[in-house]
Design a protein around this ligand. Structure first.
Ligand SMILES: *[C@@H]1O[C@H](CO)[C@@H](O)[C@H](O)[C@H]1NC(C)=O
Ligand SMILES: *[C@@H]1O[C@H](CO)[C@@H](O)[C@H](O)[C@H]1NC(C)=O
Length: 219
């Protein structure tokens, strides 16, 4: 089919926009390496580069062992991002390990800067994400299987099994960022006003205060 001139221009423009949108992740690098100088006082988009680096800036052994899951939620995220591996600065990727006790939950959260792909190391998990149209996309996954959480969408993982579970998660960002929904709304500092939360959730101040007290950071 031959497209009229204006629609082919529109098609080209949409294609360009599509590729811009789908490739918009961390910016591309302009040199071989830019090992993060985490101590620098200079703030840029990412971190400034160290003048000197070694192999250890590209190394991390923190995902070898399972993280402690003896906390309220029964889960632990161990990041392997630019904060623990300075060499990842400007490279646009990172990993994490997440451990789950039986019954453990990695509560609903988003990563504003990355898509996440998880590989199950052990156990099984009920996982899901919610689209901007409020459709829940969920599945049970087990050892050796993979699931994807699209960039920016709210998602969670729950271990409904009787044994511990663990995953390795990969991200297309050196530092994907995590915003936990419950903590963002009910444990922010300074606090989100009660009258915002009572209206948003259609409940009373007592219910809001109760959730706030449960989620308050432990002193
Ligand atoms: C870089 O590291 C090497 C080896 O640790 C050291 O000898 C050298 O002085 C360092 N250079 C700078 C500019 O810090
Ligand atoms: C979790 O277990 C570790 C090691 O056994 C212990 O040091 C820590 O205090 C425990 N944390 C909680 C919240 O029970």
């Amino acid at each position: 089919m031959k497209l009229p001139h204006h629609s082919s221009a529109l098609f080209t423009a949409s294609l360009a926009l599509f590729f811009f949108v789908v490739t918009a992740a961390d910016p591309d690098l302009l040199q071989d390496v830019c090992v993060a100088d985490l101590a620098s006082g200079i703030k840029v988009n990412g971190f400034t580069c160290k003048s000197n680096f070694s192999a250890d800036d590209f190394f991390f052994n923190g995902l070898a062992k399972s993280g402690l899951t003896n906390n309220t939620l029964g889960s632990r995220v161990t990041g392997a991002n630019v904060q623990s591996i300075p060499g990842l600065n400007t490279l646009g990727v990172s990993l994490a390990r997440i451990d789950y006790a039986p019954g453990g939950l990695n509560p609903p959260h988003t990563h504003p800067r990355a898509t996440e792909i998880v590989f199950v190391l052990e156990g099984q998990l009920d996982v899901g994400f919610i689209t901007t149209g409020n459709v829940l996309v969920s599945k049970s996954i087990k050892k050796g299987e993979i699931f994807v959480f699209p960039k920016g969408l709210v998602h969670f993982q729950k271990n409904n099994g009787k044994v511990p579970a663990a995953v390795i998660a990969a991200f297309n960002s050196q530092f994907p960022g995590t915003q936990s929904i419950a903590a963002a709304l009910f444990a922010a500092s300074p606090p989100v006003p009660d009258n915002v939360l009572t209206k948003a959730f259609q409940v009373g101040t007592k219910e809001v205060e109760k959730i706030k007290s449960r989620l308050a950071p432990k002193k």
